[in-house]
Design a protein around this ligand. Sequence first.
Ligand SMILES: NC(=O)C1=CN([C@@H]2O[C@H](COP(=O)(O)OP(=O)(O)OC[C@H]3O[C@@H](n4cnc5c(N)ncnc54)[C@H](O)[C@@H]3O)[C@@H](O)[C@H]2O)C=CC1
Ligand SMILES: O=C(O)[C@@H]1CCC=N1
Length: 264
Amino acid sequence: MNKITIIGGGNLGKSIISGLSNSNLFEAKNITVVDKSKYNLKEVEEKLGVSTSQNIIESIKDVKWVILCVQPRQLNAVLQEIKDVLTKDQILISTVTGTSIAEINEVVPNNKVVRVMPNTGAAKKLSMTCIAANDDVKEELSIVEKMFDTIGETLIIEERLMQAATVLGASGIAFFLRFLRAMIQGGIQMGFHPHEAQIIAVQTAIGAATLVAENGTHPEREIDKVTTPQGCTIEGLNEMEHQGLSSSVIKGVMASYEKINTIK
Ligand SMILES: NC(=O)C1=CN([C@@H]2O[C@H](COP(=O)(O)OP(=O)(O)OC[C@H]3O[C@@H](n4cnc5c(N)ncnc54)[C@H](O)[C@@H]3O)[C@@H](O)[C@H]2O)C=CC1
Ligand SMILES: O=C(O)[C@@H]1CCC=N1
């Protein structure tokens, strides 16, 4: 139970490793990262003290959990490499975008697979991780849930919603950050230095998200509390909507969703 190997120490892999290595669930020495890139391995070894390897086969020996953290087009090569050495009791946890449990089981039919979609907030223990598995994977599902609880929030969903979860939760980090960047640019235009505008915009974003997260209110209820009749907030909000803010965000989300359904 206590050993885990992550295949792929790239953007997402590093975020997960950083979160897991700072949790109580796995000792850093029981976390192994395998990557083709020496540069990635050196970075995680030095920063996080986890074990590293360039040999996939060696790295999954005697390990209960194997996280697949490679790009969709790299997955088949990894599965082909491990399929004959995997033992039945090893559990695969796939973060790979757009690849279903059934598609993974076509190559490795004897292993249980849990599909997860975390985000890069994992590095700060603030991931939103959606998790899905088939009905026969109940016990392992709850362990995977505990695993990802150590790096943020988790939600168990139906596998059919995994693509939507990827757009909203994983790509969502980029979508929110683009809005944040625009706020910073507005702040600079009003007279702040970029670093001052960033401090103000970032703390305001944290405050806004925390109000909704902790009060459980609808965003519009919190918006009403800021919006003075005939004041500057409603002026700004209405101009943003005249320019298509909500509409462009929804269209962007749906474009991303259409794209993800074509990724293989
Ligand atoms: N970046 C993100 O925020 C998120 C990414 N994802 C998904 O997670 C997966 C990984 O994404 P990223 O980390 O962004 O990709 P990445 O390209 O940064 O990392 C993939 C890593 O896998 C390594 N790799 C590839 N083939 C290998 C092999 N055969 N053996 C050993 N190492 C190998 C590469 O050297 C690379 O370091 C993708 O399927 C992506 O769609 C999911 C959620 C969020
Ligand atoms: O951009 C992508 O396709 C992947 C999936 C979610 C985040 N990165």
